[in-house]
Design a protein around this ligand. Structure first.
Ligand SMILES: *Cc1c(COP(=O)(O)O)cnc(C)c1O
Length: 360
């Protein structure tokens, strides 16, 4: 067996320990004679799995009792529709557009309500986070929407926007469980888990109870109403059982490893190794303004397409995979999620220094 250092933006690296446990339990989960993939979602065995997963993420994030944790399907993208469908009261929402994902959410919401773009960083290819201290928040906004960590562009909010009392909704897909957050600052937090938490196929939505409409929304399919999933503890229909099980194992791995404060410490340390090198190099260049840099996704360029293609190919040959940047940014991108060990980042920087020397 040989494993590479996988810098994919998503689906992405998972803790090796968790993969090994899953392999050990593949044929016979805890003596029940079957795999989690094969068991009824109504069984006691699975009920324990989903309840423990919820308890563990509640503990890790310090989720208050008046928030529901929902294990959903349809990826982060379906939340772009479910959020406006469920949260619209006045039929107005404000969007801060800091990248492709925020833009998609903004466009999708526009199908269901009046979506206002109140700030954007598109003028400079999303390389920064706009000043969010005094935005023109709509008086009747049902919520203010952000994408907290911009997977493609490598920016992140180091300070949440001033929503002037309006409900904050945040897409945390690519920074989920990477650092402690104060859940009470948000009305709704959601993330596709395939970036930092688990296998594709699960989306976790954490929603304050009073935001869940209690009446049957006649024009919203039952499966797209938060109430359906909240009332049934995410077991209205068959949930993505296997994915939830792996997420649960990742939560346990996080707890064993010191929780989110420790993750943040490690993630900052890893990111600094890469950023320090980028700042010292006159060959590679980070694309994001310093104060808005993400500790999860690090885009960088050489500025010569042929050399960049050569870099990606040679890195792959050296066991450093998936470093090609998103097509809209070009260049390279290293995603260094929780499960990326420090040695992976050190190896990458070593490789970069060597490549710089040979190709400058
Ligand atoms: C990947 C990603 C999405 C889309 O996730 P899907 O599960 O593929 O729908 C949305 N938002 C962010 C920030 C992402 O990184």
């Amino acid at each position: 067996m040989s494993r590479v250092y996988n810098f994919s933006a998503g689906p992405a690296v998972l803790p090796e320990e968790v993969l090994k446990e899953a392999a050990e339990q593949m044929l016979d989960y805890k003596g029940c004679g079957m795999s989690v993939m094969e068991m009824s979602h109504r069984s006691k065995m699975f009920d324990d799995i989903i309840k423990e997963a919820e308890a563990d993420i509640r503990e890790l994030m310090g989720i208050p009792d008046n928030y529901k944790v929902l294990f959903l399907q349809g990826g982060a993208s379906l939340q772009f529709s479910m959020i406006p469908m469920n949260l619209k009261k006045n039929g107005v929402a404000d969007f801060i557009v800091t990248g492709n994902w925020a833009k998609k959410a903004y466009q999708e919401a526009g199908r269901f309500l009046t979506a206002n773009k109140i700030a954007s960083s598109e003028d400079k290819t999303f390389t920064y986070i706009p000043d969010c201290s005094d935005l023109p928040i709509s008086e009747n906004a049902d919520y203010v929407y952000i994408c907290q960590n911009n997977t493609i562009y490598g920016t992140t909010y180091h300070k949440l926007p001033n929503t002037k009392g309006k409900t904050l909704v945040s897409d945390v897909s690519s920074c989920f469980l990477s650092a402690p957050i104060n859940v009470s600052d948000y009305g709704l937090i959601f993330g596709g888990v395939q970036k930092n938490v688990g296998p594709a196929g699960v989306c976790i939505t954490i929603i304050r109870e009073d935001l869940i409409p209690q009446e049957d929304l006649k024009d919203v399919p039952v499966m797209l109403q938060y109430k359906t999933h909240a009332d049934n503890d995410s077991l209205y229909n068959t949930p993505p059982c296997w994915g939830i099980y792996i997420c649960g194992q990742v939560f346990k791995w996080l707890k064993r490893n010191g929780g989110l404060a420790e993750m943040e410490k490690r993630n900052i340390e890893k990111a600094n190794i890469l950023y320090d090198y980028l700042d010292s190099s006159d060959f590679f260049k980070g694309t994001v303004v310093k104060e808005d840099r993400s500790i999860m996704n690090v885009p960088f360029v050489i500025g010569d397409k042929d050399l960049e293609a050569k870099f990606v190919a040679e890195a792959k040959a050296a066991g450093l995979e998936n470093l090609k940047g998103h097509r809209t940014v070009g260049g390279m991108r290293a995603s260094i999620y929780n499960a990326m060990p420090k040695e992976g980042v050190e190896k990458l920087v070593e490789f970069m220094a060597d490549f710089e020397k040979k190709n400058k």
